[in-house]
Design a binder for this molecule. Sequence first.
Ligand code: SF4
Ligand code: SF4
Length: 203
Amino acid sequence: MSNTAMVEKYRSNFLKEVAENVEEGEWVRMCMQCGVCSGSCPMGPHWEHPPQELFMMIRANKREEVLSSSSMWMCTSCYNCIARCPRELPITHIMHGLAHYAKRLGLAPKENPTNKFSQRFWDNLTKTGRVNELKLGLSLYFMNGFVEGIKTALKMKDVGMGMLKTGRMNPLEILGGHGVKDKSGFQAMLKKAQELEAARVDK
Ligand code: SF4
Ligand code: SF4
């Protein structure tokens, strides 16, 4: 379902929309705004909106601000917040769920580095069924443009040489590398999973 259709369907009830569409989103209504999660989050002070604030914004119907926020993309899954939440909210999963939902609706911030990384990782993996680390590394170096890519490659050259010497990197991987045996079966499985997901979302 598109973003416009979702806005129409939930008509300013973002809490309900989150409960019905975001992984573990039904837990948000249990938050008592104590702030323990934000206080425990090692990343929170560097974010625009730490978890408690995002949950408050969901209840306040700040749909656009929440879904376009870069904060949930920065969650490192350290689980500090989950271990300390007095209401036992699965905060980490909600954070990833919100990022996934924003991505699905096309609202995720495009310049967010985690978003860029996850897209590159997905594209790399789904080509052959196995991650081609050399190609993934290079695509990450160059994701902010050619000049930045060259600068990063030069900065990392000692690490790269070390990996080559110890056999941890095979330069021939650039030609294609390994993949799963049944690539067409793998592609068919992905296609089916995407169809099932689209049918679930359209319900
Ligand atoms: S610790 Fe739990 S209850 Fe407290 S603000 Fe965070 S999510 Fe809400
Ligand atoms: S799991 Fe994510 S939101 Fe929770 S404390 Fe760690 S970084 Fe913060």
